[in-house]
Write a new protein. Structure first.
Length: 581
């Protein structure tokens, strides 16, 4: 049974494909279209399906659209009450049993015109694919036989966590800007059944508050929240009381968020690209403190209700690795796991997982349970394809006989490389498939990498460490393959890996073992053999304004338009300043 999941309504459009509960492929559309987050910021193209990502998933499985049994769309327009807009027609959709529309539909931005595109998404899939992608969509004239399913947005987030996690029974917490009308969900997955315990609806949203402050501080409000998280480390909690007047925990698993009125509270907003003042750092820090405190309260309530030892999370707010670490260290759960594509891209995976789980359960075919222990589900290219492209591009290159060892030599000489190996990561983090790698030993490497990528000076860079050595270099380090938690750098080690130590003494760590990505692990082992340090700097392989590279062409373009020293792509090395062929 093939199940195709689609996210297309807000941002981070993506597709995922399952076969009998096992993920075959998953990818964000931005990697193919070069439009970050897959859509222009304003207005969203609600009707635009992720055709390229869908095409890739079908190609990876070797099937066509006619072979798909179920399509799961991670938004349910039936949860929106009937709406009218001028002369546009009223759209009414029947609700499934036991479901209810949101209590505050006036908060919805969708007029019937946009809503009609969502309702007609099935026909868009059948008829709307661009001409160059029609082969797998037309299926040689065979009729598509799939069943279409709307899956509500937060259920898609929830399922992406509890059906992918390494725990069988677990508490579930999802937080984002908004779904159809919900912003936060708390529940439990026990004995194969999911039960929601509480939800928070609009306008009360921790995600939208963080977005508002991101915009106030002069960044892109719907995609630069991670910059505010980094900025917070430079500040002090001078404005915590003001934020506590905005966010109020209600002691019942819910909270309220009042209108922030940021200019009234904190003065004029920062212009984009303008100077950063100390008050900007302090505002970011204070927001981060209140976010963490509120989520801790939610977790304590959820733990008291469920009595479970583990917690899984998804939703865009769960990409806040500083919050995740505080929840890990001070929260009531023994284990905290975050789905790596926690933002809206991951709802494509979650919607597919949920429909697959439900449909196979109905026919008594549970099968073995899939666990997400890596995120390498995007496109990959064989050496033959890569070499053919390099020859076509007339690029001087040489084939490496010892990829890990020869690349480690380059890194040990303090040169910066583009690293393109295996299948692309699903989610926003570069995890060693499409990465820029460098030595952490040079204290100037963080500034050098920010210059290479044309990033703000305050932005940290992250380390990857061999899993078995993580505790030697980072305090109480646990397995963290998705770079979604921070750890303190071990005392005495900061002088050996200064490039990855943030101003507050922490680092956003990725651990790696050989089963997850053998060549990436071998590279770290080779670097350790040469330097004594089992750590590398790992940041995403892209330049400003571009998503992570996807194809060999993307990698080559990014390499030649940035001051990288070398590119290791498959088995091939390309160097600047004296390249050898």
């Amino acid at each position: 049974m093939y199940t195709l999941g689609i996210n297309a309504v807000y941002h981070d459009s993506a597709a995922a494909l399952l076969k009998d509960g096992i993920v075959i492929a998953a990818a964000e559309d931005e990697r193919f279209t070069h439009v970050k987050h897959a859509k222009r910021p304003v207005p969203f193209s609600t009707w635009q399906l992720p055709f390229d990502a869908i095409d890739y998933c079908l190609k990876e499985a070797g099937i066509e659209l006619a072979d798909v049994d179920h399509v799961a769309y991670s938004y349910d327009p039936r949860l929106l009450s009937t709406m009218r807009s001028g002369s546009q027609p009223t759209i009414e959709l029947p609700l499934e049993p036991g479901r209810k529309p949101m209590t505050n539909p006036s908060e919805s931005p969708w007029d019937p015109l946009f809503l009609s595109y969502i309702v007609n998404a099935k026909s868009q899939l059948l008829d709307g694919a661009p001409h160059h992608l029609q082969k797998r969509f037309n299926s040689g004239g065979r009729p598509a036989r799939f069943e279409w399913h709307y899956v509500d947005h937060h259920l898609s987030h929830e399922a992406s966590a509890f059906l992918a996690a390494p725990f069988s029974d677990t508490a579930v917490l999802t937080m984002d800007g908004r779904g159809e009308g919900v912003t936060t969900s708390l529940g439990q997955f026990v004995d194969g059944e999911y039960k929601r315990l509480k939800q928070v609806e609009l306008p009360h949203s921790l995600g939208l508050l963080y977005e508002a402050v991101t915009g106030y501080l002069g960044f892109l409000h719907s995609s630069d929240e991670y910059k505010v998280m980094a900025l917070a480390s430079y500040g002090k909690p001078l404005f915590v009381d003001q934020f506590r007047k905005i966010v109020k925990y209600r002691h019942d698993g819910t909270y309220t968020v009042d209108a922030p009125r940021l200019v009234d509270r904190f003065g004029p907003s920062r212009e984009r690209g303008g100077p950063l003042e100390q008050r900007h750092f302090d505002i970011a820090h204070s927001l981060q403190v209140v976010l963490e405190d509120t989520v801790l309260e939610l977790a304590r309530w959820l733990h008291a209700q469920t009595g479970l030892d583990s917690l899984v999370m998804a939703g865009g707010v769960a990409l806040n690795c500083v919050m995740n670490a505080r929840l890990r260290d001070r929260g009531p759960f023994k284990d905290v796991w975050v789905q790596p594509a926690a933002g809206d891209a991951g709802t494509a995976l979650g919607a597919a997982l949920w429909i697959d789980y439900r449909e196979r359960g109905r026919r008594g075919d549970a099968g073995r349970r899939w666990v997400m222990d890596h995120a390498y589900y995007g496109p990959g290219y064989a050496d033959e394809e890569i070499e053919q492209f390099l020859q076509w591009a007339k690029v001087p290159y040489r084939r490496l006989t010892d990829i890990a060892g020869e690349t480690a030599d380059i890194l040990a000489n303090n040169r910066v490389i583009g690293w393109y190996q295996g299948r692309t990561e699903f989610g926003p983090r570069a995890l060693g498939a499409r990465s820029i790698l460098a030595s952490p030993i040079d204290s100037g490497m963080q500034a050098k990498l920010n210059e290479i990528k044309d990033r703000e000076d305050f932005r940290p860079v992250a380390p990857v460490v061999m899993e078995e050595h993580a505790g030697d270099w980072f305090v109480n380090a646990r397995v963290a393959p998705f770079m979604l938690f921070i750890f303190d750098v071990q005392p005495g080690k900061e002088t050996q890996i200064p490039a990855v130590r943030h101003v507050d003494g922490t680092a956003r760590v990725q651990t790696i073992n050989r089963n997850q990505h053998a060549l990436y692990y071998d590279l770290l082992a080779a670097f350790k053999a040469r330097t004594g340090v089992p750590v590398l700097v790992n940041t995403s392989f892209n330049t400003r304004g571009e998503p992570m590279v996807n194809s060999p062409r993307d990698a080559l373009e990014s390499f030649w338009t940035s001051p990288l020293d070398a590119l290791v792509i498959g088995s091939f090395l390309i160097e600047k300043n004296g390249a050898r062929s």
